[in-house]
Ligand binder design. Structure first.
Ligand code: HEC
Length: 499
């Protein structure tokens, strides 16, 4: 011990800092939390606890989890063990990044890989009689489950546990047999819907945004925020192919906002959060012949774009920047071809398209104000702004429905969905499944006849409506159903839903 350290220690003891020392949150973490959440905070039996992991947890929620634990889970209450200031210090410490940036190497990824059923070992036919093209998977965030729903009978056929906090929407293989999920903490899982069984799992990162599956069924690409990587996997058994560092032309690293499969282009597209670039990773040539090397091509932008909409041919990206500006990027030319004068905070990622007066138009919710901007896809001009109850998150329709459904999730009217006539651009009706309780995220059955709405509460439900009459047909209880995905609408890239 140096002289100064010894002096500091004696001073601390002399000043009666015993109690101050016991507020050391790192020591409390090591003693009370590390066994479940990992000494390195990367997770274990419990989830990862880094600032990125806790981004979506409100301050009050973090406080109450530490104090009261989580009912019906392994997370204990620490109110009885630790004093309020100690819990506060612990909460602050969890929001602080560790001194050394956490690592997740290719070796760590490989070591996490588990294959439950090798490719080709399970029968290639469904174990149930429901139409496999009209299945829904419903993500129940409350207790981390997924329900497989028969879209004809509108009844569950199976319920399975998932990894903690699925992120970014599950993705289907083109034949609809497999569903690929990403979890917040970096787990990618492959599930066989026909056999109702997991087939493989791998942890690709510490904090992950989402996955995309190539249209040819060969590859899965995952986008991470921690570390700053894209991870390419073989789709058959999820084995690691390559880790791609996300580093821009100027040398800066970037988090990934989202990855997409641009099926008509035979490529993946990655939206990047910190650098003004979009990356495209072609996996086949124009004739669909697989490429040997999947090398990223960077398209340089004027501004960072981290929320995207693709037109139906995947030729153009409509992107919004955080400063509120919008750009149209032509992926063939690899450059910006127009500005979007949208204003507000359009949520382009939830955009949909349809035909209006012989033109393709695109509409998306606005996260900041109660309106739905509608854009002409030929000259990129805003042709209408439909007033709604309040700022919303999702907009959904179906080729066979005249209506688009909009929520007002970010407003006091979060319990009501408004139904917009796609030809008159007027609000034609509304539904309020349960007054005072959040209702959002609509998905249609394969034929467009029914619209399924999420009542996003712990004792929530999927509420099924007749899509033409807006009459309630059925209520199926669910534990915080945040999203639902119809095999047919997703695998055919319906214009009425985001992809
Ligand atoms: C016996 C195992 C165990 C111990 C010990 C434990 N936790 Fe947990 N913790 C869990 C589990 C499991 C969850 C996930 C609960 C759920 O499903 O929502 C969790 C959830 C959490 C969450 C919520 C994370 C989120 O994103 O919603 C926080 C924060 C948390 N724990 C902090 C702590 C802290 C701090 C300590 C120590 C003071 C601790 N935990 C000790 C098992 C544990």
């Amino acid at each position: 011990m140096t002289r100064i350290a010894r002096w500091l220690l004696s001073l601390a003891l002399a000043c009666g800092m015993q109690s101050a020392l016991s507020v050391d949150p790192a020591a409390h973490y090591a003693q009370h939390c590390a066994a479940c959440h990992g000494a390195d905070r990367l997770g274990g039996m419990g989830p990862a606890l880094l600032p990125e992991s806790l981004e979506r947890l409100r301050a009050s929620e973090l406080d109450s989890v530490l104090r009261d634990g989580r009912a019906a889970t392994q997370m204990p209450a620490f109110g009885p063990t630790l004093a309020a200031p100690e819990l506060q210090a612990l909460a602050r410490w969890l929001r602080t990044a560790p001194a050394a940036a956490p690592q997740w190497s290719a070796d760590a990824i490989r070591a996490s890989h588990v294959v439950m059923h090798a490719p080709g070992t399970l029968p290639a036919r469904p174990v149930f009689s429901a139409d496999p093209q009209n299945l829904f998977v419903v993500v129940e965030a409350g207790s981390h489950h997924m329900t497989v729903l028969d879209g004809d009978k509108l009844a569950p056929i199976h319920r399975l546990a998932t990894r903690f906090a699925l992120h970014g929407g599950p993705k289907f293989s083109r034949d609809g047999r497999y569903v690929f999920m990403a979890s917040r903490d970096g787990w990618v899982s492959k599930y066989d819907l026909w056999n109702l069984a997991y087939v493989a799992e791998i942890r690709v990162g510490i904090n992950t945004r989402n996955v995309a599956v190539s249209d040819d069924g060969r590859w899965v690409l995952a986008g991470n925020t921690l570390p700053r990587t894209l991870v390419l996997l073989r789709a058959d058994d999820l084995s690691l192919v390559r880790v791609i560092d996300v580093r821009g032309r100027n040398g800066d690293v970037s988090r990934v906002s989202a990855v997409y499969d641009a099926a008509p282009r035979h490529s993946f597209v990655a939206a990047l959060k910190d650098i003004a670039e979009v990356w495209e990773i072609p996996y086949a040539d124009a004739a669909g012949k697989p490429l040997a090397s999947l090398a990223p091509r960077a398209i340089v932008l004027d501004d960072v774009l981290d929320d995207f909409f693709f037109d139906q041919p995947y030729r153009h990206i409509l992107g919004a920047s955080r400063s509120g500006g919008g750009q149209v990027i032509d992926l063939d030319q690899g450059r910006k071809v127009a500005s979007l004068a949208l204003g507000g905070m359009p949520h382009l990622g939830s955009g949909i398209t349809w035909e209006l007066g012989g033109h393709a138009v695109m509409a998306s919710p606005d996260l900041g104000q109660g309106r739905i901007p509608v854009i002409d896809m030929q000259d990129w001009r805003m042709v209408a702004a439909i007033p709604t109850n309040g700022p919303g998150f999702f907009l959904r329709s179906h080729e066979n429905s005249r209506y688009a459904w909009a929520d007002a999730m970010m407003s006091p009217r979060r319990d009501t969905l408004q139904v917009i006539d796609k030809q008159t651009l007027q609000v034609a009706g509304s539904v309020t499944p349960s007054p005072g309780r959040t209702a959002a995220h609509v998905e249609f059955t394969r034929d467009g006849r029914h619209a399924l709405v999420s009542l996003m509460e712990r004792d929530g439900a999927i509420v099924v409506y007749d899509a033409a009459t807006l009459q309630e047909v059925k209520r199926i209880p669910m534990d915080k159903p945040i999203g639902k995905y119809n095999v047919f609408n997703k695998t055919t890239r319906s214009a009425g839903t985001s992809h």
